[in-house]
Design a protein around this ligand. Structure first.
Ligand SMILES: Nc1ncnc2c1ncn2[C@@H]1O[C@H](COP(=O)(O)OP(=O)(O)OP(=O)(O)O)[C@@H](O)[C@H]1O
Length: 634
């Protein structure tokens, strides 16, 4: 049977309460708890009344329990089984995000968790009988080809990680039995991490961009189990090396801050402790595996307030936990006598747990449920219900529902079927048919999921495309506005300059007008004088010489006057041709004068609507008509 335990999280500054009621949790005794729905919970709203659910566990740890209490009740029996019987064992923690799973397994330095205590206890038990690295490798490497590192070399530059450990006397009372002195022991550690439904090796050096290679499960050369191919294993010679390594791995693990937990794990982490028992003289080696799994917490998007990558991670975590729940449910049904296919291939987490023989074979399995009595009632109650499935599961010695991968350890022999050959074939045939049926169902489910996924991806792509287009539109609009503003400023400056020039020309014209008026006045005077002088000449013929002289001078004057008049006329004409109307581009004036007919194309642009720089005529062209006018000459 899978043993299930419950640990109720200790709230900061929690008062000692004799009633044993913490938030919505009431601890009835060592095994039973009752959850009462508070008024703000969904369960209360649906049932319109307070609901209470009683759940039983192998043991309930109240908030006042210490890390050592948890280790003694859950982990110490598993260690004894591994040390004395070389049995595989599995402990996994389950709970909502922030319920205290990582705290229970690792804890702070002054309250070390189950992982540190387990490693310390193992080294306590094998002290004086540790096999050296070359000795154990000389035998082990013949069985299992994998990447192996020596802890002392691997951790050469790592800082030590001192933790507050219990005294050896505490272990002495916990493990009174002594190990067989004819054996030597060695401990190897490896750390598979399941992130976004892919398996990674936390000890692999990440690339510059933080990428690691995803690993796959392959059949082990030494047993029927499947293991993570290419994962690195580290030989640790003493507890300090082991602590250093675990501390390093925790720093490499993916975690982030969400609303539910300031340091929320985004991946499932397996601390895999491989214990080897060997007799070098006989060239004999056996092994067992103790896996301590810190599952990432289930989270609701609304309460964790995640988005983007975090949302995707959360979805992947929830999916793998759901599959684990389905597998536990299927296992329970199987033990009820109803054959059922275990859908463990639907997630890498369950695949790893089943292929390593934990949930499928004879491994002792413990599940620790962590709940936060001050957190969300609905989420915590769901985890409690989920754990109920696991309590009724009794692992079998041999499995018949999948391949023969469940052989738990190196020296274990599988139990042989007593049925005759034909019966066995028939049974196998039926089983294959059922499996086939179930696989069909899985395929159909996968197809449906793919369709949904495709739809979601398409929707997301459309949303992103729309966002992009609106961004481009906005950028374009901003540029247009900028360009318009620049154009207006440019036109204003030009108008100001032209206005200045027109004022100067008008000033010049005024002076010329006065000059012309003056000249015309002179001409008039001269014409008058001329006419007065011609009259006496006609009356007095004796005065011929005088008349001749006067005529000559009047002719000369007449000639000069004519020249002056012509000059004035030409100036007047030029002035009419001056660019005043052209500069102002006043079509009205030109139309009035009937001199220039402006084609619609040549119409001047309104200053409020400037032409774009490419369409704007060059300034020199606009002034070209004034090029032949020299103001100083005028
Ligand atoms: N029993 C306890 N006593 C004191 N503090 C605790 C206890 N359990 C949890 N905490 C504190 O609660 C916080 C959240 O705990 P933890 O990180 O272990 O949650 P978690 O279940 O691992 O969450 P996630 O799944 O998001 O990683 C931590 O700051 C931890 O120190």
């Amino acid at each position: 049977m899978i043993q299930t335990f419950l640990r109720v999280k200790k709230a900061p500054l929690q008062p000692e309460d004799a009633s044993q009621t913490y938030g919505f949790v009431t601890i009835l005794n060592d095994d039973d708890v009752v959850l009462e729905s508070p008024e703000d919970s969904h369960a209360f709203r649906v049932s319109k009344a307070k609901t209470s659910e009683k759940t039983s566990f192998s043991k309930v740890f109240s908030p006042t329990c210490s890390q050592w209490d948890v280790f003694v009740s859950i982990c110490a029996p598993l260690l004894s089984q591994s040390l004395f019987h070389m049995n595989d064992a599995l402990l996994f923690t389950l709970g909502v995000s922030g319920a205290g799973k990582t705290y229970t397994l690792f804890g702070p330095q002054d309250h070390p968790g189950v992982v540190y205590l387990a490693l310390d206890a193992l080294f306590y038990n094998i002290r004086g009988r540790e096999a050296s690295f070359p000795v154990v490798e000389s035998i082990r490497s013949k069985l299992d080809k994998c990447k192996v590192l020596e802890g002392s070399k691997y951790l050469k530059h790592e800082p030590s990680h001192p933790i507050q450990l219990p005294s050896p006397d505490a272990y002495a009372s916990l493990f009174p039995q002594k190990l067989d002195p004819s054996f030597q022991y060695a401990i190897y550690l490896c750390f598979p991490e399941i992130y976004n439904d892919r398996i990674f090796d936390l000890l692999e050096k990440a690339s510059f961009f933080g990428h690691r290679h995803a690993l796959s499960l392959k059949k082990s050369s030494s047993s029927d189990k499947k293991s993570v191919a290419g994962i690195q294993k580290v030989y640790v010679a003493n507890p300090h090396e082991a602590f250093q390594l675990v501390h390093k791995v925790l720093q490499l693990r993916k975690s982030t801050s969400t609303k539910a937990n300031s340091v929320s794990s985004r991946s499932h982490l397996v601390v895999s402790i491989e214990l080897f028992r060997l007799q070098p003289a006989k060239n004999h080696i056996e092994s067992c595996q103790l896996d301590l799994v810190d599952l990432a917490g289930s989270e609701r998007t609304r309460s964790a307030e995640t988005s983007g990558l975090l949302l995707r991670e959360g979805a992947s975590i929830n999916k793998s936990l759901l599959t684990l729940g389905q597998c536990l449910e299927a296992l329970r049904r199987k033990h009820d006598g109803r054959q059922h296919i275990i859908p463990f291939r639907q997630s890498k987490l369950t695949e790893l747990l089943f292929h390593s023989g934990h949930l499928s074979g004879t491994a002792r399995t413990c599940m620790l449920v962590n709940i936060d009595p001050l957190g969300s009632f609905d989420e915590n109650a769901q985890v409690m219900r989920y754990s109920a499935n696991a309590r009724e599961i009794i692992p079998t010695q041999s499995s018949s529902y999948t391949d023969n991968f469940m052989s738990p350890s190196l020296n274990r022999t599988a139990t042989q079927s007593k049925s005759t050959h034909s019966e066995a074939i028939q049974v196998q045939n039926e089983q294959l048919q059922r499996e086939n049926e179930s696989l069909r169902q899985l395929l159909a489910d996968a197809d449906a999921e793919m369709v949904n996924l495709e739809y979601e991806i398409r929707e997301q792509m459309t949303r992103e495309m729309e966002e992009r287009v609106s961004q481009v539109e906005q950028t374009f609009l901003n540029r247009m506005l900028e360009e318009t503003a620049q154009g207006i400023e440019y036109t204003d400056q030009k108008i100001e300059k032209m206005g200045e020039w027109v004022r100067r020309l008008q000033q010049g014209n005024k002076e010329k007008d006065e000059c012309v008026a003056h000249l015309e006045h002179i001409i008039e005077q001269l014409q008058e004088e001329n006419s007065i002088e011609e009259k006496p000449a006609l009356q007095d013929t004796s005065n011929v010489h005088y008349i001749d002289n006067n005529r000559r001078s009047s002719r000369k004057l007449h000639y000069e006057d004519k020249q002056a008049i012509e000059e004035a006329h030409s100036l007047h004409t030029k002035r009419k041709l001056w660019p005043e109307p052209t500069l102002l581009q006043s079509s009205e004036t030109e139309e009035e004068e009937g001199k220039t007919e402006i084609s619609p194309k040549k119409k001047s642009p309104s200053p409020l609507k400037p032409l774009s720089p490419s369409r704007r005529p060059p300034l020199t062209k606009m002034y070209s008509q004034t090029g032949d006018v020299d103001i100083n000459q005028l």
